[in-house]
Design a protein around this ligand. Structure first.
Ligand code: FPP
Length: 236
């Protein structure tokens, strides 16, 4: 029996506050991201402990490309290091890795690492860890609309046949259930272009802590908060 019955099946996280965490300690921003990568490891473990099937992390947004080049480079370096170091754990912990976003914008090295690890872990089943990289919800929706429009223009799809199910099948998350729980750290109350379509009915938990301070017990507390909610999906 799972330790936490009625856990959310899919948790999505906006990992916010790395920069402020670093600034309050007089450290460079990259140190905040480095500490944030430790939280990623701990939270993935806690999700397995709670019986969560999918964990989607907003690791790099389409807008993050506009940050100073040094910070972008530091984030990509951290991601590469995470992928190399976490690679063995993914096997041991039976974690499948997926990535969503405009992956062709990532450096070739990062893409190569992602491809290799996604292929190698494709059969793992304890947890699916989805990294949203160079990801934007609006961009994803526009791309789905473009693909449907192309089919309609080619005469292979009748516009009247387009419904929510068909639309969702053209998103990058087509094979993934919608998030049940959306967590955002650092107290900000925004969705910031993250999984705009998919979070329609997600329960939202805002945590005041900065992401580098968000660890195992905080994840478990957010799951408990979710379990106290009464999900209505628009009904009474
Ligand atoms: C938001 O903090 C966080 C990010 C832009 C990146 C998240 C990246 C990591 C946690 C590390 C690497 C990821 C993985 C998967 C290993 P912010 O910089 O916007 O913080 P601020 O709002 O306080 O400035």
């Amino acid at each position: 029996m799972p330790a936490y019955p009625d856990s959310p099946r899919h948790i999505a996280v906006i990992m916010d506050g790395n920069g402020r965490w670093a600034r309050e300690r007089g450290l460079p921003r990259r140190e905040g991201h480095r500490a944030g990568a430790e939280s990623v490891r701990e939270v993935a473990d806690a999700c397995i402990e709670c019986g969560v099937d999918y964990l989607t992390l907003f690791a790099f947004s389409s807008e993050n490309w506009n940050r100073p080049a040094a910070e972008v480079t530091a984030l990509m370096g951290l991601l590469d290091r995470f992928l190399v170091e976490k690679s063995k754990d993914l096997d041991q912990q039976n974690i499948r890795l997926l990535a969503i976003g405009q992956l062709d914008r990532l450096p070739a090295k990062t893409r190569g690492l992602l491809d290799k690890i996604m292929t190698r872990t494709a059969h793992h089943s304890a947890l699916t860890l989805v990294l949203a990289l160079s990801y934007g919800g609006r961009e994803e929706i526009v791309s789905a609309a473009r693909s449907l429009a192309a089919d309609a223009a080619a005469g292979t799809l009748a516009p009247a046949a387009i419904d929510a199910t068909l639309f969702a099948s053209r998103l990058q998350t087509a094979a993934i259930p919608d998030p049940d729980l959306l967590i955002r750290t650092s107290g900000e109350m925004r969705v910031s272009n993250f999984l705009l379509w998919q979070i329609s009915y997600a329960e939202i938990v805002i945590v005041r802590k900065y992401w580098p301070d968000f660890r195992r017990n905080d994840l478990i507390e957010a799951v408990r908060e979710y379990q106290r909610r009464h999900r209505r999906f628009g009904t009474l």
